[in-house]
Design a protein around this ligand. Structure first.
Ligand code: KPL
Length: 297
């Protein structure tokens, strides 16, 4: 396949390396156009792969079989809309990011849309991307035209396993959203590794109860207890992780809070559900972001 990867951060570099290794033709697409992108990944087995791929080639884009979007949630709709006219009309667009809400922003896009979540963990170490832990990528259709694209999961699975296809991926996305609503802001407020969050069980219980109430109204079958169990399993599996939101705050970058807790609050408001604990955390993260944005002016 011919695949353009939009966003060449940690996850984008993992996919570029894996897809190239599997024999696919790949290019990177960077927001600041460059003719090449250099990709340095250390795999979970400790083996380094260094490659230089072409980047931002409009001809390649216009004959791509897949656009894989690995940008931060808040970058997605602007970047996709910028290049959408160059994509073949039937080229699937797969969104892989934390949080929800980008599909609503991409309503006018006519290519088949897919969305997914991943539990692969990768981190940047200076100029190198370290694939810290393998995981599962769950993907599924986000528009009716992409319902028949399940074979894409198999192709991606060959490159970077595991990839699972879901005819309805909504529940998996909501569960990941709930996990991110708990771990990400709590790790920022307490400035700690994911594993240290075990010290705040009451707050975790409140956050999960609020998220479960919203999810139930959204038609996702869950319970506060089920979400808590899931959150604790992710905390245990990622105990030594610095959450992506804490990494963003430490580097004074914009966080994905608007697409994580912000999306939960949006749906809670629409359903008339009170979410005081999530609202409080949302405000705290927004204040932090605003403080360093103000310092920059
Ligand atoms: O997705 C994550 C993130 O940091 O954004 C978790 C699951 C919380 C792992 O760190």
């Amino acid at each position: 396949m011919k695949i353009t990867v939009l966003g060449c951060g940690a996850l984008g570099q993992l996919w570029l390396t894996a897809l190239n290794r599997q024999g696919h033709e790949v290019q990177g697409w960077l927001r600041v156009p460059q003719p090449y992108c250099s990709v340095n990944v250390i795999g979970t087995n400790g083996v380094a792969s260094n490659n230089t791929f072409i980047a931002n080639d409009p001809l390649f884009l216009s004959s791509s079989d897949l656009l894989l979007v690995t940008l931060k949630a808040w970058q997605v709709s602007g970047a996709v809309k910028n290049i959408q006219a160059l994509l073949p009309p039937d080229c699937p667009i797969l969104l892989l990011h934390n949080g929800m809400g980008t599909l609503e922003e991409l309503r006018g896009v006519t290519q088949p849309l897919l969305r997914g979540i991943t539990t692969h963990a990768a981190k940047r170490d200076n100029t190198v991307i370290v694939h810290v832990a393998s995981g599962i990528t769950h993907i599924g259709p986000a528009s009716p035209e992409s319902a028949s694209l399940s074979e894409l999961a198999e192709t991606l699975h060959q490159a970077l396993p595991d990839v699972a296809w879901h005819n309805d991926v909504t529940a998996a996305c909501w569960q990941k959203l709930a996990v991110n609503c708990v771990i990400n802001p709590l790790s920022v407020v307490n400035d700690c590794l994911n594993g240290a969050l075990l010290a705040w069980p009451e707050q975790i219980a409140l956050l999960c109860a609020e998220a479960a109430a919203v999810m139930e109204r959204e038609g996702v079958h869950t319970s506060a207890q089920q979400l808590q169990d899931y959150v604790y399993s992710v905390i245990a599996n990622t105990a030594l992780n610095v959450s992506s939101m804490l990494q963003d705050v430490r580097a004074q970058r914009r966080t994905e809070i608007d697409y994580i807790t912000g999306y939960l609050l949006l749906r809670a408001r629409a359903q008339g559900i009170a979410t005081p604990e999530n609202s409080r955390l949302y405000e705290m993260i927004k204040r932090k972001e605003q403080n360093y944005e103000r310092e920059r002016i």
